[in-house]
Design a protein around this ligand. Structure first.
Ligand code: GDG
Length: 462
């Protein structure tokens, strides 16, 4: 069995309680093969403390069967590679937000420098029959750098965020370089068929690649295989959490705090791609149109702080606070607040309790690679009395979760109507939709995703 090497911007210790589903799932595969997880530690070294661009100290530690290798990035590298190019250029463009992309700041040099440094540090750790799996937009050119150093191993790449249409990608000044670097991979995995269609169109029209098979493209003397591998969740792990002490306590608190209420829940990172202001406006519209919901429906919105050093995130935070405050001021009463807005990270073991307690799950991003909260909401529901998922058609998850109430989050009125429909949905229909959704979430869970990607990578003649 080949050893698995996972590379991602951040390394998480799969044994720690805070580790998310992805860390745990990759941790399983890494442990099974005695694998290596390589990436940054999250620690930033200031120049005064010796942090020099393009240099980083490598820490290697064992976590059970897995080796964790982490780099502490210098402040300048972190600012240009992570905050600048990854989150100030690639994240907005890949989420269709050209207006928010900062193309002129010269971050690309730092992005290249850090990718090159990752390659230099990783290369000596590799063994001849390793299989390398690189994750996400921070590391698109990493395989090019590894190949330039003579790396012959199979390398797969998985993009967790959406891939936009060719003309949006083409707005990135270095788009040819960026997209050409995909050809250094043996396999590229995307979240959805929509993303796959965009990639196909880009490769054929912009990169002049020849499509030699449905999912195989030839250009620059290499062949690239690409496919959609929609990511899933660990359903059993989540169900165990629902039964756990923290989630049960959370549900009890909700029953106590909101007796007789219909709860709506949103749990998101505070990010402009998640459509939070639009969601709040739709809820406002619902309150305006349906006075009978006053005193009866409460929206709990958790917006976990995220990337606060990037300007656009401060703007969305202020907008959201203004919108929520106005609704509570305009509609609230001494015994009822329409919105409970929580700008904090809720403990991981409590989240399933929040989801379970809510009659309606609101997952309404403007654009999202997949959106795992949608799947988590489905998995945590009581099958005998399940809640209703209101899901944006612009989340990758909408391709699979077709029994949710699919909405256009830009259409405030239609979203408000869908929320109203969810609040009033009869039990029989809720059960029928939930049964189908749960079957889908179970069939394509995180283990299926990991295995399907790795099988596809192993099938390729390297
Ligand atoms: C990227 C892509 C893709 C949220 N708030 C809290 C909290 N969460 C958890 C959720 C969920 C996870 O974080 C968020 O996952 P998403 O899928 O919604 O979104 P991104 O972070 O944007 O992730 C996305 C994903 O990669 C995987 O490929 O689906 O499209 O953008 O698990 O439950 N967890 C805790 N407290 C919170 O307050 N503990």
């Amino acid at each position: 069995m080949s050893r698995l090497v996972v590379v991602s911007n951040r390394v998480a210790d799969p044994r720690k309680a805070a580790a998310g589903g992805l860390a745990v799932a990759l941790g399983d595969a890494l442990a099974a093969s005695g694998g290596l997880w390589f990436g940054s530690s999250g620690k930033v070294v200031e120049r005064a403390d010796g942090g020099a661009p393009g240099e980083a100290k490598l820490h290697v530690q064992r976590a059970g069967e897995v080796t964790l290798a982490t780099l502490d990035l210098a402040r300048e590298d972190h600012d240009a590679y992570y905050r600048g190019y990854s989150n100030g250029v690639l994240w907005p463009v890949f989420h269709y937000r050209l207006d928010l992309a900062d193309f002129d700041a010269g971050y690309i040099e730092g992005y290249r420098r850090v990718n090159r440094m990752f390659a230099h540090k990783l290369m000596p750790m590799l063994q001849p029959d390793d299989v390398i799996w690189i994750h996400d937009y921070h590391l698109i050119p990493l395989a090019v750098e590894l190949r330039a150093m003579g790396c012959q191993q199979r390398i797969g790449f998985y993009l967790h965020i959406p891939l936009p249409p060719p003309l949006i990608l083409a707005a990135i000044p270095a788009h040819e370089w960026l997209m050409r670097s995909l050809f250094a991979y043996d396999l590229v995995g995307l979240q959805s068929q929509a993303d796959m269609n965009h990639l196909r169109r880009y490769l054929v029209t912009e990169a002049k690649a020849e499509q030699v098979a449905p999912n195989v493209f030839a250009a620059f003397n290499r062949q690239l295989r690409a496919d959609a591998f929609p990511i899933g969740i660990d359903v059993d792990d989540l169900l165990a959490m629902v039964d756990g002490k923290e989630a049960q306590e959370t549900m009890a608190t909700m029953r106590e705090q909101y007796p007789g209420q219909q709860l709506l829940i949103g749990v998101d990172r505070l990010d402009y791609s998640k459509g939070l202001p639009q969601r709040i406006r739709a809820f406002r519209k619902l309150l305006e149109r349906h006075p009978e919901s006053h005193g009866k429906a409460t929206l709990i919105q958790v917006a976990a702080p995220s990337r606060e050093e990037v300007d656009a995130y401060g703007d969305i935070r202020r907008e959201l606070e203004g919108l929520c405050g106005a609704i509570n001021g305009d509609f609230g009463d001494l015994d009822w607040m329409p919105i409970r807005y929580i700008h904090r990270t809720v403990a991981r073991k409590r989240v399933p309790g929040l989801l379970r307690a809510a009659r309606v799950g609101l997952v309404t991003p403007l654009r999202d690679g997949m959106n795992l909260v949608a799947k988590e909401y489905v998995a945590t529901q009581d099958p005998a009395d399940p809640g209703v998922l209101v899901l944006s058609r612009f989340a990758g998850a909408a391709e699979q979760l077709t029994d949710a109430l699919l909405v256009n989050p830009y259409d405030t009125q239609a979203t408000a109507d869908a929320i109203q429909q969810a609040l009033n949905m009869p039990l029989a229909e809720r059960r029928m939709r939930h049964e189908r959704l749960l079957a889908e979430v179970r069939a394509h869970d995180i283990h299926w995703w990991r295995q399907r990607f790795l099988d596809a990578l192993m099938e390729i003649d390297a």
